[in-house]
Design a protein around this ligand. Structure first.
Ligand code: C2O
Length: 546
């Protein structure tokens, strides 16, 4: 492969949306940020220079980072943040992935404005497993806040309540015509009739899973999370924060005298407020000469906001391609089985003589196996590598929930979670099966769980409580979908398998940023193997210090 160089200058830029102008943190003054384009097998050297007052860290979401854990990016997990005036070169190679991923800031809520596509083309002279598209178009969903998201989350954490929601969803940074004062900020995709377009969809929104559809057009899904899938047609798709989906859009054979909206709006379960609005862009046939206002405009219909059965049926249609060239290496023999509960809960209010704004005067909190993760003051990976874990983390993440109950029945009276900086330690090459169970304590809710450093196979999913005697019998161990982010179904469970072949410290968390802030996160520590090529190399000399 080639070596490709990029420079990311982190700087402020004034941006106006919804008639609000504000100064936002950007890469190179661009919003959304620049595209990274590379081929499978290429090495990337991305120099990030911090010119702003905030601490910065960038994550290359979904890149496996095989033996390059120092380049993964989550702040206080694999590195200390890049401080004002400092820089860091992220150095990694793209292996066995082709499709779309994205990069985003991985500190506090800065990813609200710091994000952009990663486009991974196949190796030279290797075709797609589908006909070559006429054109490729990245479509990245986001959220626009008129206020400063950093202020929103810090206020929420101080008062214990839920953070204010965004003011708009966006398509390539643009809210579109369904919002006030936004018609001119509309993404337009000009197409020719009778062609196939590859749309590279990315959900970079902070807090919302999204339904997406284009009026009067069907989509063919061919790749998710940079892994090919068995193609299937659908009118509407669901994409969670952290997921990417490549779809083929076949345009109509003749230019119709009409324009078509593409639209996205949330899939939301559980409690809490969310931005219940719709972002839209326009699909415009090139030879249509009349102006848009005169043409009939077709709008897509999207499922109801809490359509959990759509979500379950949609995810059930995803299967690995499993061709001779792209086999699915599903772990068949399992070394370790884990059962983790994920969900919201509460913490005691620590404000003196005051009540918090969370349930019953408590603070909102969130946990995995009842442990709400406390962010350390230094990077976990460094502490591990230099043998300085004392006082930084404990290698005793619980194998099972510390309190069992009927997860989909009545919630328990005690909704308190525990706290800690706990890691689950795995020997090199352990094959893992992990069942993630929604606890439904403060309402059944879908949680898009993201694992750093690995792809996993989604071998099973279901509603209700996972039954270890019955449910594994129906696991798909032949062609399950392989990905890096999966929705733990609202009021249900999902089972994943992965091989721990990547030494390092790997974050796993809900990709709804508010839940991450509340502690719905943990980390795996994968130890070195015996052979030289099974070890984590030493850190680069420019690795930031805390
Ligand atoms: Cu895209 Cu840890 O995140």
């Amino acid at each position: 492969g080639l070596t490709r160089h990029y420079k990311f200058d982190i700087k402020l830029q004034n941006v106006t949306r919804l008639c609000h102008t504000k100064s936002i943190v950007t890469v190179n003054g661009q919003f959304p940020g620049p595209r990274i384009v590379a081929r499978e097998g290429d090495r990337l050297l991305i120099k990030v220079v911090n010119h702003v007052q905030n601490n910065i860290s960038i994550h290359w979401h979904g890149i496996r980072q095989l033996q390059s854990g120092w380049a993964d990016g989550p702040a206080y997990v694999t590195q200390c943040p890049i401080q004002t005036g400092q820089s860091y070169v992220y150095n990694f190679t793209i292996l066995s992935q082709r499709g779309t991923l994205f990069w985003h800031a991985h500190i506090s809520w800065l990813r609200s404005t710091l994000y952009g596509p990663i486009i991974i083309l196949p190796k030279p002279n290797v075709p797609y497993p589908f006909a070559k598209p006429y054109k490729e178009v990245p479509i990245i969903f986001g959220e626009w806040f008129n206020a400063d998201p950093e202020a929103i989350i810090s206020q929420a954490l101080q008062t214990g309540g839920g953070p204010n929601v965004s003011d708009a969803y966006t398509i390539n940074g643009l809210p579109g015509p369904l919002y006030n004062c936004s018609t001119k900020d509309t993404f337009k995709l000009k197409v020719k009739p009778g062609k196939t377009y590859l749309l590279r969809l990315i959900n970079a929104a902070l807090n919302d899973e999204l339904f997406f559809s284009i009026a009067n057009h069907s989509l063919t899904i061919v790749d998710v999370d940079a892994i090919y899938v068995k193609p299937f047609h659908t009118d509407t798709l669901l994409i969670t924060p952290g997921q990417t989906t490549n779809v083929l859009l076949k345009t109509k054979p003749h230019s119709p005298d009409a324009t078509f909206l593409m639209a996205a709006r949330p899939y939301a379960t559980g409690l809490g407020t969310f931005d219940n609005s719709t972002t839209a862009g326009i699909l415009q046939y090139e030879s249509t000469t009349k102006s848009i206002k005169q043409l009939p405009l077709f709008k897509p219909s999207l499922p109801p906001l809490n359509d959990t059965s759509f979500a379950a049926n949609f995810t059930k249609k995803l299967f690995s391609l499993t061709s001779a060239q792209y086999p699915a290496n599903v772990p068949q023999k399992i070394d370790k089985r884990f059962f983790f509960t994920v969900g919201l809960g509460t913490n005691p209010c620590d404000q003196q003589n005051q009540t918090c704004q969370g349930p019953n005067g408590t603070k909102f909190s969130a946990s995995i196996n009842n442990v709400s993760f406390i962010q350390p003051n230094t990077a976990l990976l460094q502490s591990h590598f230099f043998g300085q874990s004392n006082g930084v983390y404990d290698p005793d993440f619980p194998y099972n929930p510390t309190r069992w109950f009927n997860y989909t029945g009545n919630p328990p009276n005690n909704t308190m979670v525990g706290n800690g900086t706990k890691l689950m330690v795995l020997n090199f090459n352990t094959s893992v099966e992990l069942v993630l169970q929604d606890t439904s304590i403060l309402g059944a809710e879908s949680h898009p769980l993201h694992l750093h450093g690995f792809n996993f196979f989604v071998v099973g999913q279901g509603f209700g409580n996972f039954d270890p005697n019955k449910d594994p019998k129906s696991f798909n161990l032949v062609d399950p979908v392989e990905r890096n982010t999966v929705g733990v179904p609202s009021g249900g469970w999902v089972a994943i398998r992965f091989l721990a072949d990547n030494p390092g410290v790997w974050f796993m968390h809900c990709h709804l940023e508010v839940h991450t802030s509340w502690g719905l996160k943990m980390a795996w520590l994968v130890l070195d193997g015996k052979l030289p090529n099974q070890k984590l190399p030493p850190p680069p000399s420019d690795l930031p210090k805390c």
